[in-house]
Design a protein around this ligand. Structure first.
Ligand code: ATP
Ligand code: MG
Length: 242
């Protein structure tokens, strides 16, 4: 088996693992005048391989929730355990390290560097690499690009790609560092229906083959329908629908 094949085989489901994420009565309020309670005693749990869509109107707290889940923001009260680790009391450095190793981010606008190759863009996904070697990083980036079926585009620059291909590059970048959790904020917001399908198929496949846990914020019915769980957020309060 080649090094790339070996990497593609990693990330299988482990028995007895703690929940990937566990929010326990998390509140995030902002001390504005008047104060805003963007998240109000939110509890949410996701296991390895879960696929959760979060839907809700503008201003309902979706981005605030994503920021908390992504360790980019801290709750005002309540607890957040990620991969079994209590993050609420962690120092910033430790949170940054955990974020780099546990979480991949995918955004609506792909955030690729236009003047760098596809391969370079993906390699940059491993900012907090556990191993600093460039050669290893290159091999892992090539494996990630194979994973999203873009092995034939590694030397292209992002402007030479279609929207769907760009988002797949962004997903490959998010896969660097082998995260257990993929946080996607409107991942298909800039894509037509054909490319939306391709990206959704890829997310399905990653969940099924690598046991990735996926949380996706979306306004699109087509996207939330593909998730196994749908959670509504309104005025900072979550309700899960069947
Ligand atoms: N830094 C902040 N200071 C004060 N209030 C904030 C801050 N960030 C968000 N809010 C408020 O918290 C609420 C939730 O905002 P959030 O950005 O999470 O909404 P959203 O669901 O992502 O909306 P959209 O769909 O428009 O992106 C809003 O009322 C917003 O004004
Ligand atoms: Mg938002």
């Amino acid at each position: 088996m080649s090094e790339i094949e070996a990497l593609l085989e990693t990330g299988q489901v482990q028995d007895g693992a703690p929940p990937v994420l566990e929010l326990d009565r998390v509140t995030r309020s902002f001390p504005t005048s008047p104060p805003v309670v963007a998240l109000n005693e939110v509890s949410l749990r996701a296991e390895q391989g879960d696929y959760v869509a979060i839907v809700g109107p503008s201003g309902s707290g979706k981005s605030t929730l994503m920021n908390v889940l992504g360790l980019l923001d801290r709750p005002t009260s309540g607890e957040y355990r990620l991969m079994g680790r209590q993050t609420t009391t962690m120092r910033e450095r430790e949170r940054t390290r955990l974020r780099g190793s546990a979480i991949g981010f995918v955004f609506q606008s792909f955030h690729l560097l236009p003047h760098r190759s596809v391969l370079d863009n993906v390699m940059l996904g491993e900012t907090y690499a556990r191993t600093g070697d460039r050669k290893g990083r290159r091999v892992r980036a090539l494996a990630a690009l194979e994973r999203v079926s873009l092995g034939h585009r590694v030397e292209f620059a992002p402007p030479q790609l279609s929207g769907g291909e760009r988002q797949r590059v962004a997903i490959a970048r998010a896969l660097m560092g082998s995260p257990g959790l993929l946080l996607c904020d409107e991942p298909t917001g800039n894509l037509d229906s054909r490319n939306t399908e391709a990206v959704l198929d890829l997310l399905d496949d990653l969940r099924a083959t690598q046991g990735l846990t996926i949380v996706v914020i979306t306004h699109e019915h087509e996207v939330s329908e593909r998730a196994a769980r749908r959670v509504r957020i309104a005025d900072g309060t979550l309700t899960e629908s069947a």
